[in-house]
Design a protein around this ligand. Structure first.
Ligand code: PLP
Length: 374
């Protein structure tokens, strides 16, 4: 169906941080399937492990145990501040699960999220998303959601009522242009939730999995949420989402409370385990941190020749460059010169390359940005 405004490009194959079109032209991939391909494309280890898994089994349903799923679940909770995981198939699916869990655990209905957020495209998650353009035409929307300004703790305090179950926020807002909150915002939300006895949910669908130079962006401010959702990068490009929670909260779900046919199949779990092997072997979380600093410094230096740059911001390899004009045309200009980027919120060039990207490739990206900026 006609749901995407697509760029004028047919991608034929891909390897590492490079994608190739039908004519063999190369593009450095700073979109990475929208912050998904953290281990790069067609990683040898992934191809080998998934080939073996294809011959072993793909899917058996969650009526049975599989070693692949149990192993991945254990590894994932050990990396997080949580004890239990539910496997979904997407970021929206993970957020749906988190909203349901928060309501079931607290017995309350209201979810407070933030303006300009993005949480997915199901009915509950477009309602949690603080952008009317995603909701228009899909009414009636589910009840029990309200929005306050991001990075505004006072508004959040005022919004809480007797019926509030949870606050749902992205640690850094992605779709609305890599908006990084003040350092004390997330810790203040934690404090507020503790005082009021409500849950704190971090949507780490985009920020999680090393994207910000930490495994989870919550670690940037040492804020421990009650529930974390992730998706995008966790199975290396196969569809998978996860709801992570502390045991006491997770225990609100009983057999039959929540389910999905495909969640955590042995095939996607094999991919999940392989992604974590590659993260360990190639030290990808640290690489994201170090190369992110390197990249942002180089972008920052472009300010000297380009007055249109308002701000370079981000953490790790989640980087936004805000310009003082609507810059959608830069996508085609960068593509022409062999770099894929996208533009968020009209004025922000967004870079979310594979975490395996090299400094030489980042240098080339900066060179192209320098050439195309006015
Ligand atoms: N939450 C955040 C923060 C996202 O960035 C996205 C997708 O961009 C989603 C949720 C939705 O994820 P999905 O498209 O996998 O449903």
């Amino acid at each position: 169906m006609n749901t995407y405004g697509r760029y004028d490009l047919v991608i034929d194959h891909a390897h590492g941080s490079i994608v190739y079109d039908k004519d063999g032209k190369e593009y450095i991939d700073c979109v990475a399937g929208i912050a998904v391909n953290n281990i790069g494309h067609t990683h040898k280890k992934m191809t080998e492990n998934l080939s073996k898994q294809l011959e072993k089994m793909i899917h058996v349903s969650n009526l049975y145990y599989t070693e692949e799923q149990a192993t991945f679940a254990k590894r994932l909770v050990e990396l997080s501040p949580h004890d239990k995981v539910f496997f979904a198939n997407s970021g929206a699916g993970a957020n749906e699960g988190a909203i349901k869990l928060a309501r079931k655990y607290t017995g309350k209905g209201e979810i407070i999220s933030t303006l300009k957020s993005f949480h997915g495209r199901t009915l509950a998650t477009i309602t949690a998303t603080g952008q009317p353009k995603y909701q228009k035409g899909f009414e009636p929307l589910p009840a029990g959601f309200k929005h306050v300004e991001y990075n505004n703790i006072e508004q959040m305090k005022e919004a809480i009522t007797e019926d509030t179950a949870a606050i749902l926020v992205e640690p850094i807002q992605g779709e609305s242009g890599v908006r990084v909150p003040d350092d004390d915002y997330l810790p203040s939300l934690r404090k507020l939730c503790d005082e009021k006895g409500i849950l704190l949910i971090f949507d780490e669908v985009q920020t999680g999995y090393g994207r910000t130079g930490k495994m989870f962006a919550s670690e940037l401010t040492q804020t421990v949420p009650d529930i974390t959702t992730c998706a995008k990068a966790i199975a290396g490009g196969l569809p998978m989402g996860a709801v992570l929670a502390k045991k006491e909260i997770a225990d609100a779900f009983k057999p039959g409370s929540h389910a999905t046919t495909f969640g955590g199949s042995p095939f996607v779990s094999c991919a999940g385990n392989t992604v974590l092997d590659i993260y360990e072997e190639e030290d990808l979380v640290n690489k994201s941190h170090e190369n992110g600093l390197y990249f942002m410094e180089k972008l920052e230096a472009l300010k000297e020749n380009h007055d249109c740059i308002v701000e370079v911001r981000g953490h790790g390899l989640m980087v936004g460059v805000e310009l003082n004009y609507e810059c959608g045309d830069l996508v085609a200009k960068a593509q022409e010169k062999g770099v894929l980027i996208n533009v968020a919120n009209g004025t922000v060039m967004r870079f979310v390359p594979p975490l395996i990207i090299t400094r030489e490739e980042l240098d080339k990206v900066v060179e192209v940005i320098d050439e195309i900026l006015p």
